[in-house]
Ligand binder design. Structure first.
Ligand SMILES: [Zn+2]
Length: 289
């Protein structure tokens, strides 16, 4: 049997790589909070249990619902013609997401379109299983396709039914989602925007990609991030969401959900806090490099 070098790397290095912690410096302080690469990753991922335990499914705003786990976001956008799911997360979470969708009174089988924020396993490993269970069309930003095709849980090939370019629109049942290329964390990192209606007004919803820089920032990645951080601030935003709940303080906001009270997810003042943190960290890392 011939083992290729990448196969050997997977066998012998994967556990070591997974256990590897990012460094605890540089530290940056944004709006009174201090962050390091290690603290950001810990905040995003939590424990294995956090990654795989459902957060109570809930309405975010209008036809947007949260169906993910404590630390890995999955959003359901419902329409009269079927639903859009954003982020399948780990494959082992797909049945949990299915249950959360059912708890909200919707049918998982009615998911027609599956989108993602970026080609990392914790956000899109479950794509093939979601497609198998729902028949959804899987759509992905062109620049993330090679990395997505490398995500093959149990040897399944990664489904991609439509390749998107920056600015592409996904339209279903009266809802339009717009794909914005916000590269850096991955080549095709995608920030999705849409308008939601609630209480007789429209709200701009932003499903943010991760903007966390890799350990080593090369000049092309630096260029991608500088375009991304400039572009983000031009997007209209009332409701900031993220592919990890900590990026938009889900737990604190959810605790404030109360019938008759203002919707805590409407938070225009904090739309770009996460981008501010990640941009400060990128600058600090570049200085250190
Ligand atoms: Zn990632």
């Amino acid at each position: 049997m011939k083992l290729t070098v990448p196969a050997l790397l997977c066998v012998f290095l994967a556990p070591a790589v997974l256990a590897q912690q990012p460094p605890d410096q540089p530290a940056v302080t944004v709006r009174g909070q201090t962050y390091t690469p290690r603290s950001i990753l810990a905040r995003n991922m939590g424990s294995e249990e956090d990654q795989t335990t459902a957060f109570p499914p809930h309405k975010v705003i209008g036809n947007v619902y949260y169906v993910g786990t404590r630390t890995l976001s999955s959003f359901l956008v419902t329409t009269p013609e079927g639903h859009v799911l954003i982020n399948s997360t780990w494959e082992r979470n797909v049945r949990t997401i299915e249950k959360s969708v059912a708890q909200l009174g919707f049918r998982f089988a009615d998911v027609r379109v599956l989108l993602g924020t970026h080609a990392h396993g914790d956000h899109q490993e479950g794509d093939a299983l979601v497609k198998e269970l729902t028949g959804a069309q899987v759509m992905a930003m062109r620049e993330d396709v090679p990395a997505l095709e490398a995500i093959r849980p149990g040897g399944k090939s990664h489904p991609i039914d439509r390749t998107l370019s920056d600015g592409a629109q996904v339209v279903l049942g009266g809802t339009t989602l717009v794909a914005h290329l916000t590269a850096g964390h991955t080549r095709g990192c995608t920030t999705w925007t849409m308008r939601a209606q609630e209480g007789g007004r429209a709200y701009d919803v932003v499903f943010a990609c991760s903007y966390r820089a890799p350990g080593t920032v090369t000049p092309p990645i630096e260029q991608e991030f500088s375009r991304t951080f400039t572009l983000l601030r031009t997007l209209p935003c009332d409701v900031p969401l993220g592919d990890h709940p900590a990026q938009y303080n889900l737990a604190a906001k959810y605790a404030r959900v109360k019938a008759g009270a203002p919707n805590p997810f409407v938070d225009a003042a904090n739309c770009w806090v996460e981008a501010e943190i990640q941009e400060a960290m990128l600058r600090a890392q570049l200085q250190q490099q």
